[in-house]
Design a protein around this ligand. Structure first.
Ligand code: ARG
Length: 474
């Protein structure tokens, strides 16, 4: 049917036809066609529910179920099938296809249901599935980080604060820092999933359906943990979208920091990391360039996740109860955030899988920059000097070393003693890289054994995660 003549679901009350610009402005099919499978799943469950409530006869249910099942197969084969139909939204499209296929009985499906509880249900189903896929991708990224750490178990890099060399750390420790962040992100998505997994169907437009639906059975049928508690809340709640995008925004913050670290590390100034040609690009003008575009785009795209979060917060904050059309604006930020997060997480994993550490360069950098000055202060503490004084003595020794263009460990014992009178010849041992690391065999620290244990633990955890995520219902 041509767009201009398409009869809307709500056309009965209207005499005049819609302005074409209003149609374009109002219609959501252009983006909510992504909900087709969820809308059909919800419709199948609703058909069964109203059948149990005595609204549909057995043969009517059978006709509806067969037509809906066929429609699902078609949508799976061609997800863009609804586009160009001129329907207002995916709910109208599914219903009109159903009526076209099943005839008059198709018109009974919407009994006791509103697009308000329908869209809230569809979007929860969609978000639930998308969360499960993002969690799989995060697990894969965490595996890449752990594998990278495992390939460079021994390597040392300078650790930074204020982007100034601070103390040496194991490269594996750096990898596991990001693994910890993504593990928390996974937890945040899992938590959001728990809260969203309630079924709004049966809430009607806002006041609850007038038909005797067993909402517990209906909820279970769709894999929800139970029905929502309050019909007004159920049709107007979008905190599950806000919360999910919020969790993705934090993923984005972590990915962006990872990208930023790696962009620095693969610059010629740092030179710690070599990116694969497969994820880099060249310059059209400067033949020598190898640019970390993959990482820069991760850093850039992650801004969209924060933007989507703000868009959702502001879209909902001024809305009176219950449903308002503003809420149709929930979908594009959610879809975009999910797609962006998916792309960035998967890209980051590929970048890490092909990255190599130039361990001799990073270790050389870790040895420079007076990153062992804390060791000198701690050495003096072990001889009984209060830390504030030893800090001052070490600081003056560093200043002298900088003036003579030498690292701390290259000063003579006499030079060192002029600032730290108690220093003995064993001081040099304390200033070595290995000693810096060995003194940090603390839970969560960068000592070789501590990091080895953390790495083994992460491997074990990820193995368990994989089992758990494949058990989860999708
Ligand atoms: N396309 C709409 C949305 O996404 C569906 C709900 C329409 N409800 C209504 N009362 N107009 O929000």
């Amino acid at each position: 049917m041509a767009e201009a003549t398409k009869q809307a679901l709500w056309g009965g009350r209207f005499e005049g036809s819609s302005d074409p610009l209003f149609r374009e402005f109002n219609d959501s099919l252009g983006f909510d066609h992504r909900l087709a499978i969820e809308d059909i799943a919800g419709s199948i469950a609703w058909a069964k529910a109203i059948h149990r409530a005595g609204v549909l006869a057995d043969d009517e249910l059978a006709v509806l179920l067969a037509a809906l099942a066929r429609l699902a197969v078609e949508c799976q084969a061609d997800p863009r099938a609804p586009l160009g139909s001129g329907e207002e939204d995916i709910h109208s499209w599914v219903e009109s296809r159903l009526v076209a296929r099943a005839g008059a009985v198709g018109k009974k499906l919407h009994t006791g249901r509103s697009r308000n509880d329908q869209v809230a249900t569809d979007l929860r189903l969609w978000t639930r599935g998308a969360i499960d896929r993002r969690r799989e991708e995060l697990t894969r990224l965490r595996c890449s980080l752990v594998a990278l750490a495992g390939r460079h178990r021994e390597a040392v890099i300078p650790g930074y604060t204020h982007l100034q060399r601070a103390q040496p750390v194991l490269f594996a420790h750096w990898c596991l820092a990001y693994e910890s962040m993504f593990a928390r992100d996974d937890g945040r998505l899992a938590d959001a999933r728990v809260r969203l997994n309630r079924c709004p169907l049966g809430s009607g437009a806002l006041a609850g359906t007038a038909y005797p639906i067993d909402r517990a059975v209906l909820a279970a049928d769709l894999g929800f943990d139970g029905p929502t508690d309050n019909s007004l809340d159920a049709v107007s709640d979008r905190d599950f979208v806000i919360e999910t995008i919020g969790a993705l925004a934090v993923v984005g913050v972590h990915l962006s920091r990872l990208a930023e670290d790696m962009i620095l590390y693969c610059s010629q100034e740092f030179g710690f990391v070599e990116l694969s040609d497969a994820v880099s690009s060249g310059s059209s003008l400067m033949p020598q360039k190898k640019n970390p575009d993959s990482l820069e785009l991760i850093r850039g795209k992650c801004g969209r996740l924060a933007g989507a979060h703000v868009a959702m917060l502001t879209a909902v904050k001024g809305l009176p109860l219950a449903y308002n059309k503003d809420m149709q604006e929930d979908k594009e930020p959610l879809f975009d955030a999910m797609q962006t997060a998916s792309l960035c997480v998967r890209m980051a994993a590929v970048v890490l899988d092909h990255a190599t550490l130039r361990a001799e360069r990073s270790e050389r950098a870790a040895l420079g920059g007076y990153a062992n000055a804390t060791e000198l202060a701690d050495y003096l503490v072990r001889l009984g000097v209060p830390f504030r004084e030893s800090h001052d003595m070490a600081g003056r020794a560093v200043r002298h070393a900088i003036g003579s263009g030498k690292p701390l460990e290259a000063l003579s014992i006499e030079e060192l003693r002029s600032f730290c009178p108690l220093a003995g010849p064993d001081v040099f041992e304390s200033l070595s890289l290995e000693s810096c690391l060995a003194r940090r065999e603390i839970l969560g620290g960068t000592g070789r054994e501590s990091v080895g244990r953390a790495l083994d633990e992460a491997v074990r955890r990820l193995g368990l995660d994989r089992v758990r995520s494949s058990d989860a219902p999708v």
